[in-house]
Write a protein that binds this ligand. Sequence first.
Ligand code: PLP
Length: 396
Amino acid sequence: MNRSTGRDYLAIPGPSVVPDRVLRAMHQGAPDIYEGPLVDMVPGVIRDLKAIAGTRHHLAIYIANGHGAWEAALANVLAPGDGVLVAATGLFAHGWADIARGLGAEVQMLDFGRQAPVDPARLQAALEADRQHRIRAVMAVHVDTSTSLRSDIAALRGAIDAAKHPALLLVDCIASLGCERFEMDAWGVDAMVAGSQKGLMTPPGLGFVFFGERAAQARRRAPVSRYWDWEPRVAPQMFYQFFGGTAPTHHLLGLRAALDMIGEEGLDRVLARHGRLARAYWAAVGAWGQGGALALNVEEERHRAHAVTTLRMGAPDATRLRRWVKENAGVTLGIGLGMASADDPGADGFFRIGHMGHVNAHMVLGVIGAIETALTALQIAHGRGALEAAADVLAA
Ligand SMILES: *Cc1c(COP(=O)(O)O)cnc(C)c1O
């Protein structure tokens, strides 16, 4: 029997599902980039993105994926030889650290492993040890997409201040923006990077760098190249006509539609929906774990992301399960990323579920049902009642 014909569901943590409304907005001929609706639309896009980020300061938009935004943020605040302190809670902080090394920074890693968030006390101690203030910036990832850990960003600013250290706080919100509450100004974040293809429901290709006044000051001593310089990009008319080159026309049209959807639902409700759907997944995993080796990677609920969930089971079962649901149920789950170990070199004991952006209850219940079916078909020991447990969360 063919069980998978019908609409497929890419349930990986980015790129996320692109709503039909976003696709329709992009389905048009090339617009005028010098005047007219596209140009008129941009100030509103910038305003809405800043509202989601919780900032009244600046936003530079690049035609780039998250890696480009990573580089853009660092290139504007670092000079070769500057020290940076990277707080790692999974693979992505290591990736960002590599970009810093590429720019000539001296990288100090504070690695919290794969199951714990950033510990502010350790961060404070590392900054207190830096008596000469060689560390220019602390870099951290809000939600790490490999481990599904979420760190308390306000507490990191607290640690920097408690150490009486002048370092900038730079945060990667690529997985979390539009899924988790983020208060850039209130939490004392100096620069934040995001991308279009996760919580913002638009295809990959737009990179965002939000920055405040202290970061803008730091830009003065950074030898940033013309293209990555964020200064001209904060003025929308410059962005089109002089320094940025051709505008990312269709991405902007799609993003406008996505921001309209967020605005119509209301940001608070969007965030609450992500929390509720995440808890439905956690409840399902709790039920499976009662009778087998399936478990959430992050034990403590308050450290779990609302945008992505990483699950652990015996290797190689996670890979078998992923293949089964893809071939038989039309659902693509995320691979185990950054979870390889000596016992499990292929990370075959991990998989991830993305629940960012355009996701609703029936999609979540469908994925849970598909996983349940795969566990049964593959005769992997598991507790029953996952769908009931998820339904209870969604019904409450
Ligand atoms: C997806 C992601 C990135 C990388 O973004 P790309 O667009 O793939 O370059 C970086 N950090 C986090 C937390 C992510 O989820």
